[in-house]
Design a binder for this molecule. Structure first.
Ligand SMILES: [Zn+2]
Length: 172
């Protein structure tokens, strides 16, 4: 999987692009992570940028799946993050069974388990909002019910999300 990074010089507005393998720029601590891209503008030498962004090289969601070898590195190391402070959203579009299998791995850290439990809560909120298949919603609710102890470890949920989840699984 590849990503295209692009930035625009704040002085001369020259646009620079580069295409990278996801494995080389996946985490915020990677030298090639888009927010760490600090090379001076090749045209005018200025080193302040109007914008720095990145996007996948495809629009097909099936091709935007993060390779599991990279997910495993993330699961086992609290210092690795895909996005500053919002990794819970990163996995919202993955299947419930997939997320649950990562939560249940013994190698997954407690912190990453709580991040993925938050993901399940956000996913439930989306599924209800978009009126998705009742069977799929029930599967997710059961997964949450079976892991109530982990639900308690979630640091923060929006009040509306917390109320919705409580309505489905009871107090936690
Ligand atoms: Zn420039």
């Amino acid at each position: 999987m590849q990503k295209k990074q692009s930035k625009e010089c704040a002085k001369c507005h020259h646009k620079t692009e580069r295409i990278l393998d996801f494995k080389d720029c996946a985490f915020t601590t990677d030298k090639l992570y888009f927010l760490n891209w600090r090379d001076a503008c090749p045209k005018c030498g200025h080193d302040d940028f109007l914008s720095i962004g990145e996007q996948y090289m495809t629009n097909d969601p099936n091709e935007m799946i993060i390779p599991e070898s990279i997910v495993f590195r993330w699961l086992e190391n609290d210092k690795l993050e895909f996005t500053p402070q919002s990794d819970d959203i990163e996995f919202k579009f993955y299947k419930t069974t997939q997320i649950v299998s990562w939560i249940d791995r013994p190698e997954t850290t407690d912190f990453k388990k709580s991040v993925l439990m938050t993901t399940l809560c956000l996913k439930l909120e989306d599924m209800v909002y978009y009126e998705e298949d009742k069977k799929d919603i029930e599967e997710l609710v059961q997964a949450l019910k079976r892991r109530k102890e982990l639900l308690k470890s979630i640091g923060y949920l929006d009040t509306s999300t917390e109320e919705l989840v409580t309505g489905f699984v009871g107090e936690f």
